[in-house]
Ligand binder design. Structure first.
Ligand SMILES: CC(C)(COP(=O)(O)OP(=O)(O)OC[C@H]1O[C@@H](n2cnc3c(N)ncnc32)[C@H](O)[C@@H]1OP(=O)(O)O)[C@@H](O)C(=O)NCCC(=O)NCCS
Length: 98
């Protein structure tokens, strides 16, 4: 997670933080670890003065999109992502930080 000074359009806030990578090891998924890590991200972002947190997620990864939605994120835009020669399509999802 890092402060992002020029967040993508659709992300509303004065001080935005981006979650850049978020993974739970396969054999530990589905046990509440992702939710606990995400709560820690919200707390850390709040301590650092964030008012909004955002991330990019592949549109064709419903397991991840569903998880982020469960964590309170909503789709606010889209963006291309580059993987070698391929260009994919990501959602931008964001959530206010209390
Ligand atoms: C997505 C991921 C981070 C979730 O972590 P996790 O530890 O498995 O998630 P948790 O067990 O903490 O689940 C948290 C909540 O999200 C819910 N949830 C998980 N996947 C969901 C989905 N696809 N749709 C809706 N809700 C979902 C759980 O039911 C749980 O809700 P509950 O508290 O009401 O039961 C993890 O599965 C993962 O790393 N997946 C592969 C990598 C990946 O896709 N990462 C994102 C890259 S962009």
């Amino acid at each position: 997670m890092r402060a992002s000074h020029e967040p993508p359009s659709g992300v509303e806030g004065k001080r935005a933080f981006e979650i850049v990578r978020f993974y739970v090891d396969t054999s530990y998924q589905g046990r509440g670890i992702g939710a606990a890590l995400m709560e820690e991200c919200f707390d850390e972002a709040s301590r650092r003065g964030a008012d909004v947190i955002w991330l990019q997620v592949w549109k064709e990864a419903p397991w991840a999109v569903g998880f982020y939605a469960r964590m309170g994120f909503v789709v606010v835009g889209s963006a291309p992502f580059y993987f070698g020669e391929q260009v994919g399509d990501d959602h931008i999802m964001a959530r206010p930080v209390a």
